[in-house]
Write a protein that binds this ligand. Structure first.
Ligand code: IPE
Ligand code: IPE
Ligand code: MG
Length: 267
């Protein structure tokens, strides 16, 4: 078998290792559970707020790196349905941070032709954040180079419950029959409708769990866990995750055939 071409991709970023990545095996959709901001700050004797503030710089770095690599979809899990249970001071700080991010980043996102979509129960967000989010989504609507999905007040179980309600309503109205419901019917009712399922899930900070993130969508996603805390997760770490992904053999329940690597990390 002919060896796969290995192309060294060099991002125009300083202090960057020349990792060999195969452009034909890039994930189409990378989803990230950005975790560990609090611990990053605690270890430095700083307030948790400082960790979240630093986490914002990682968001910028990873969005730019994903774009440079030509990854068309990136989902960032920024705030879960359960994160509302945190102390009000922390929740308020995070909301302030999201607001500031949306206000300051929209111009950069426009310049980079990045479209922003929102996932989750955004109705729960404070009006100021909701409005800024709606404005960013609207302003970037026509951008095509990459889609960044911001999961804010998102819960995987809630997503499925909402989809079930919507389908039940359609059945009650007689628009569809129960027998017509298939995987696509459900997928179309999820907040991620229109996005491909993630090929790669990254979770930082060493936690080995999903924490109510995408539940339906992750069926065949490759999982990548790293001890690196989110504020330390930058271009280098992102590229390492992509390199690890490219070594995986994706079988989707089928079997591999000896040296047949056709299924490896392909979409
Ligand atoms: C992730 O960092 C950010 C959010 C969940 C909003 P954490 O705040 O969960 O940080 P740790 O897990 O306490 O270190
Ligand atoms: C998951 O992290 C949610 C986000 C990163 C937005 P958490 O810190 O909320 O998860 P648990 O509590 O450790 O499971
Ligand atoms: Mg956490």
């Amino acid at each position: 078998m002919k060896p796969e071409p290995q192309v060294a991709i060099s991002l125009p970023l300083s202090d960057f290792p020349n990792l060999s990545l195969d452009p034909s095996r890039m994930p189409r959709h990378v989803a990230i559970v950005m975790d560990g901001n609090g611990r990053w700050a605690n270890r430095r004797g700083l307030s948790r707020h400082e960790g979240h503030r630093r986490g914002k710089d990682s968001v910028r770095a990873v969005v730019d790196a994903a774009r440079e690599l030509g990854i068309p979809y990136l989902t960032l899990y920024a705030f879960s349905s359960e994160n509302w249970r945190r102390p009000t001071t922390e929740v308020s700080f995070l909301m302030q941070l999201f607001h500031r991010y949306l206000i300051t980043e929209t111009k950069r996102l426009m310049k980079r032709d990045i479209r922003v979509v929102a996932l989750g129960d955004t109705e729960r967000l404070p009006p100021r954040v909701r409005e800024a989010l709606a404005e960013t989504v609207e302003a970037t609507r026509e951008n095509r180079t990459m889609t960044v999905a911001l999961a804010l007040s998102y819960g995987g179980r809630q997503d499925i419950v909402n989809a079930a309600r919507s389908i039940a309503r359609k059945v009650a109205e007689g628009a569809i029959s129960p027998d017509q419901i298939d995987e696509q019917t459900l997928a179309r009712e999820l907040t991620t409708s229109g996005l491909p399922d993630p090929d790669l899930l990254i979770r930082t900070s060493g936690e080995l769990r999903i924490s109510n993130f995408f539940l339906f969508q992750l069926a065949y996603t490759e999982l990548y866990f790293t001890d690196t805390l989110w504020p330390d997760f930058r271009e280098r770490e992102f590229l390492s995750a992509i390199a690890a992904y490219q070594l995986r053999e994706r079988r989707f329940g089928a079997i591999s055939n000896g040296s047949d690597t056709r299924l490896r990390a392909q979409n």
